[in-house]
Design a protein around this ligand. Structure first.
Ligand code: ADP
Ligand code: AMP
Length: 220
């Protein structure tokens, strides 16, 4: 299956993607995680991306699309993938469509995670991620690690993302509404969108997501 996850920052896309990717046996591709891995390795791409991420702005399309394309072309993604944080504007969605058409492939569904802004703000304020791998995500009260400040998965140090500060979050939410939300209509026009509530326990949301994706798959 080829799936796009969409929703505001802090909706729980990364958290859900980890479970869904495992259940569906497809890789979880997060452009945010790919940028953060580049920042850790201090690559040129990482330095460029950081200058935008710290301001809560989108990294320019040209480099983002090239990075996402390169990842989607890896052997583990031939039978599908779960995209998290990409596409993030209509130009990226168009580039993805072109990329897929070129390979005679198409998206199977777009899962839209709906969460009120007040909840998103609480989720982001308590988010802690692992220095070794930003896909290892915790929350100080909703998903507390067994030992404070230590990743349950790999023992790495947990920290708060620089762009999870209150001011940057405000900017990221604005960018979401103005630039990312329009992709929902773009995909609605293709009949691909399923919207679910991302409120409730993580496993409840995963259950809703799996059911919604199964319906999409049956309908295809
Ligand atoms: P996104 O990838 O959409 O930015 P994350 O998956 O990183 O969001 O989740 C944001 C924060 O909210 C994390 O700290 C995560 O542990 C927490 N979280 C995710 N899903 C839930 C949920 N259903 N209930 C409570 N907290 C959640
Ligand atoms: P995320 O981890 O998805 O919250 O993304 C963190 C930041 O990385 C965003 O605020 C952007 O600055 C950048 N980013 C991630 N994905 C994209 C994308 N598809 N296009 C542009 N910038 C992105």
């Amino acid at each position: 299956m080829r799936i796009v996850l969409v929703g505001p920052p802090g909706a729980g896309k990364g958290t859900q993607a980890a479970f869904l990717a495992q259940n569906l046996s497809i890789p979880h591709i997060s452009t945010g995680d790919l940028f953060r891995a580049n920042i850790s390795k201090q690559t040129e791409l990482g330095k460029l991306a950081k200058s935008y991420m710290d301001k809560g702005e989108l990294v320019p399309d040209e480099v983002t699309i090239a990075m996402a394309k390169d990842r989607m072309e890896q052997p583990d993604a031939v039978n599908g993938f779960l995209l998290d944080g990409f596409p993030r504007n209509v130009s990226q969605a168009e580039a993805l469509d072109e990329m897929l058409q070129h390979e005679d492939m198409k998206l199977d569904g777009v899962l839209d995670l709906e969460v009120p802004e007040t909840e998103v703000v609480k989720r982001i304020a308590g988010r802690r991620i692992c220095r070794n791998d930003s896909a290892h995500v915790f929350h100080v009260s909703y998903k507390a690690p067994k030992q404070e400040g230590v990743c349950d998965v790999c023992g790495g140090e947990l920290y708060q993302r620089d762009d999870d500060s209150e001011e940057t979050v405000r900017k990221r939410l604005e960018v979401y509404h103005t630039q990312t939300e329009p992709i929902i209509d773009y995909y609605k026009a293709q009949g691909l969108v399923v919207t679910i509530s991302a409120l409730g326990k993580v496993e409840e949301v995963t259950g809703r997501a799996m059911e919604a994706l199964k319906r999409e798959d049956d309908a295809a």
